[in-house]
Design a protein around this ligand. Structure first.
Ligand SMILES: [Zn+2]
Length: 139
């Protein structure tokens, strides 16, 4: 592999996947509006919508049981999860304080946020101890 930092290594494949799911993400954001929409993005360029049990415009919540079921379903369908997405119905695609805390707890996960200004991808950098925006083109 290369010496590129991890967020640079994932950038290109992630970009291609996000182009493929872009419309699904925007449609899910609209469908669950005014509440936050949440789901999983898979490597083959599809989405697996989850239920936001918080039913809130400011946050999302998915029980561990639902996540476990979703992962099992994806495994059966041989689909590989690559990112967690959620929408920001009334704000930008920048992570909230709550999102930042969640990212720090899941350092290996990529978070995709569908905001009023478009779609952005974020991840926690364990070395820098900081949240990085994965730079994406044409999304
Ligand atoms: Zn958020």
């Amino acid at each position: 592999m290369t010496d590129l930092p991890f967020h640079e290594q994932v950038r290109e494949p992630l970009e291609a996947i996000l182009v493929a799911v872009r419309e699904e993400l925007v449609a899910h954001r609209a469908k669950d509006y005014p509440n936050e929409a949440v789901g999983i993005i898979t490597a083959d360029g599809t989405t697996y919508p989850l239920i936001n049990q918080a039913r809130s415009p400011k946050r999302f919540e998915v029980s561990e049981q639902l996540v476990t079921e979703a992962i099992a379903q994806l495994k059966v369908r041989k689909r590989h999860p690559v990112a967690v997405y959620h929408s920001h119905p009334e704000s930008s695609s920048d992570p909230s304080k709550r999102d930042e805390n969640m990212m720090a707890e899941m350092p290996q996960a990529t978070f995709v946020i569908v905001g009023q200004d478009g779609i952005a991808a974020w991840m926690w950098d364990e070395q820098l101890r900081f949240i990085l925006k994965i730079p994406l083109k044409d999304i």
